[in-house]
Write a protein that binds this ligand. Structure first.
Ligand code: SF4
Ligand code: SF4
Length: 386
């Protein structure tokens, strides 16, 4: 199991409460971006291309707490930028632990060993380490040699200190399935709790525009990566989301499930797109034209998106829509999904295979070598390796 029972129970209780209250749109994970500056400049990153006066800014602990209280989501993910560059990050984490929020602090791990003593182990705190492949692939993806070794060393130190540790991997067109599977094997031996996966989103600002996956390419890639998964591989995902990545299950995006707060305010409509900002969470929920987003909307920017932050909340909502749905997911977790290794049709990148599961199933659940990566050597990065 990729997540402790206490966290699963908290999330289940929260979702069932929202549903019992008749709340149709509710947040599940707050994406709290306290700063945009980073000590790396990855080729596929769409978060660090701000001018230096923006990169120098960060949210205060009080702003973070107000956003967390206003939103009410049981899980807070802290991406960036690099959160460990924030001078008050220990204070922010302590405040969220006191609020009993389950925190995923996403870090490239360069500073983790140095700062580890500032973070007492807690069931509420998980370090989510950015790792996009085995050594050669990860170092190429982050455009700097030696970062994979640093990340592995930091993972071992954090696990030894008693922390919850997961990894998060963003995969692009040049990810070699066999090598991704090799990474899973390597990570399984380190004692981490689980792994998170996502196809990369085609950020307009990312320096490397060549290696983003079209939807059908994502499906083909993930079918190979996740074929006959080993028992030792633990994923921090709903089984429905993993089946979605393999093209076997339909999930429509619920962008309000992962609202994003940063120095500009509440970002519309999601973590990936910047189409304006709201001053408050309720303004975000009430003033965003949600129908303009998701694949069915026909929005070009959503057409190929299968990113976890838009679709995992949908999977969770479907899981808790009925007892039958819940039991279906439990059965998929214990016994595995239906055979998803059926032959892949040869298709253009735009066409999508028919989902393996039937509408009746849905009713139940209302559930590489990266040598040619273009690293942006000129990206504006503040190297604040404090
Ligand atoms: S580690 Fe890479 S992907 Fe993450 S914020 Fe920094 S530059 Fe972007
Ligand atoms: S489909 Fe992707 S880009 Fe579109 S709203 Fe959802 S998360 Fe954002």
């Amino acid at each position: 199991m990729g997540v402790p029972l206490s966290q699963m129970w908290t999330v289940a209780k929260y979702v069932l409460t929202q549903r019992a209250k008749g709340i149709k749109r509710y947040p599940l994970v707050l994406m709290l971006e306290p700063l945009f500056r980073c000590n790396l400049a990855c080729a596929g990153c769409g978060k660090i291309q701000f001018p230096s006066h923006i990169l120098k800014q960060h949210l205060s602990p009080e702003q973070c707490f107000q956003a967390v209280d206003e939103c009410g989501a049981p899980i807070v993910s802290i991406p960036g930028g690099e959160p460990l560059l924030h001078p008050q990050m220990p204070e922010i984490v302590a405040g969220l632990v006191a609020r009993k929020k389950f925190i995923y602090l996403c870090t490239n791990a360069i500073l983790l060993e140095k700062h580890l003593e500032n973070y007492p182990p807690s069931k509420y705190l998980t370090f989510s380490i950015h790792l996009d492949g085995i050594r050669v692939d990860h170092d190429a993806a982050v455009c700097r040699d030696g970062i994979y070794d640093k990340a592995i060393s930091a993972i071992k130190a954090a696990v030894k200190a008693g922390h919850r540790v997961t990894t998060n991997s963003t995969l692009f067109e040049n990810a070699e399935p066999e090598r991704v599977r090799q990474m899973f094997d390597e990570l399984a031996e380190l004692g981490i709790e689980s792994m998170m996966l996502s196809p990369g989103y085609q950020y307009e600002k990312a320096p490397d525009q060549e290696h983003f996956l079209k939807r059908n390419q994502t499906i083909q890639k993930f079918r190979k990566i996740l074929a006959t998964p080993k028992k030792a591989w633990k994923f921090n995902h709903s089984p429905l989301f993993l089946e979605f990545l393999k093209g076997n299950w339909e999930l429509e995006c619920t962008p309000w499930g992962n609202p994003t707060y940063n120095i500009f305010g509440w970002q519309k409509p999601c973590y990936l797109l910047e189409e304006g900002y709201a001053d408050s969470f309720s303004e975000l929920m009430n003033s965003t034209s949600w129908e303009r987003y998701g694949r069915k909307s026909g929005n070009e920017k959503c057409r190929d998106c299968m990113v976890h932050c838009g679709h995992e909340p949908t999977a969770v909502d479907q899981t808790f829509s009925s007892w039958k749905g819940f039991l279906k997911v439990v059965s998929m977790t214990i016994f595995g999904a239906k055979d998803s290794n059926r032959p892949l049709p040869v298709q253009s990148p735009e066409s999508i295979p028919e989902p393996l599961y039937t509408p009746a199933d849905h009713e139940l659940i209302q559930l590489g070598t990266v040598n040619d990566t273009e690293c942006d050597e000129d990206a504006e990065v503040l190297n604040l390796s404090n």
